[in-house]
Design a protein around this ligand. Sequence first.
Ligand code: G16
Length: 541
Amino acid sequence: MIRTIATQPIAGQKPGTSGLRKKTPVFMGRHYLENFVQAIFDVVGAEGKTFVLGGDGRYFNDRAAQVILRMAAANGAARVIVGQGAVLSTPAASHLIRLNKTDGGIIMSASHNPGGPEEDFGVKFNMPNSGPAPEGVTEAMYQRTTEITEYRILEAQDVDLGTIGRSDLGGMVVDVVDPVADYADLMETLFDFPALRTLFAGGFRMRMDSMCAVTGPYAVEILENRLGAAPGTVTHATPLPDFGGMHPDPNPTWAHELMAEMMGEDAPDFGAASDGDGDRNMVVGRGIYVSPSDSLAVLAANAHLAPGYAQGLAGVARSMPTSAAADRVADALGIAKFETPTGWKFFGNLLDAGKATLCGEESFGTGSDHVREKDGLWAILLWLNILAVRKQSVAEILAEHWARYGRNYYSRHDFEAIATDKADAMMTALRASLPGLAGQAVEGMTIAAADDFAYTDPVDGSVSAKQGVRILFEDGSRIVMRLSGTGTEGATLRVYLERYSPGPDGLDHDPQEALAPVIRAAHSLAQLEAFTGRTAPDVVT
Ligand code: G16
């Protein structure tokens, strides 16, 4: 029986950088999930449609899936394809949308944010192109949540999501599928699996930290089962509802176990980590950390070594705060380059239009046109393919890269859980100061230009303004500041720092040392301590 439940708008259901993310108790509150899901269906329409559903397995994932399925049935959906156990990594969900040509999908994840009864939960909608809904669509969903008066839900028992197979839910088909198989098959089409098997058979050692999150089963299947990496290569391989208390964010701060092993004695040849929902990646060589911006540049320069990209790249896109290292590669290759706002959704049109093949962000996201999400394991496999062909270490590949293109020293400093009014006041003052900055000297560097990044999508002409403050120096150094759109507690200030060294000397400094004057300039220009009381970042990437 379909029930129509009276409800009222709930304030604050505005999707951020990537869907709606809130504290789990908020999401579990009366009508909270239901209102948002109804708003999704009201905007995209459910009648007769097919959707994909899955999540990163965090706390409340299983219950939320049952609610979403009953609401999909009540809203007239024809079919929902669900990952077994209601689990799908974000890139695997994106792939299933494309593979089955569905009308989109709902992904339950708060990505790299911690999970658990007191931590974070999230829901986002992906379009039929399999990418995150663009701003126009998420804004319409938000508007709908401000006027909602009722939602529809089927009265029914839980669907068995633990068993692969087909069932019926109030006339809607529910197909429970293996979450890993199709994704792993896709990877086999892109990379030289025989060469990777030879690499591992030759004693190549790898450590993959799945951080008790969704990539565990994917990484075990692909790396250990299909490629023959030693059993135990994948650590923290069992996904847990609270990620074992870990913060499933693959960066040097949170993936410290991996970092310690890779910097230690007898380190493996290659290390990698992925996040809560499997779309982020961090790669580390023996004794050397690869910044995400450098990783994008190296992948762009070497992608043709993998079969899936042997024909070359149409273009490379990066988010604005990501370093310009990839631009130098694009220029050398004579291919297009794009600079978009933060948020994977901004790459969708470029990928759909065939303008960009590779995309990447400083926030540990890298991907290609094989899906419309960033893809952690994909990036790790592309690195492995490059290592297998070049037969060099990560350190050697980076050194050669910098020698050829110069080095964009780069770091991001995060200041977390700042009181929102203080962070807003700081950004307002900083924005107000922008017109007068050009020509000023700070820390011995002269400011060439300062603005607030605005983006006009080259495909559909949509404009996104206020995407981050940029302060550009005459020597090519750069400071970017913006407030995160994915946090759930106060405001997170992200300070992105970059300085270019053309080489041949000065390519092997510690990034924090190389960036020291840029860091000091950022603090003084934003009056960071005066506004926020903070002097040191909580996370450095
Ligand atoms: C999301 C987005 C990314 C973005 C990142 C950080 O990643 O998909 O495009 O770069 O958040 O965004 P912000 O700086 O606004 O916090 P994920 O992995 O959390 O889905």
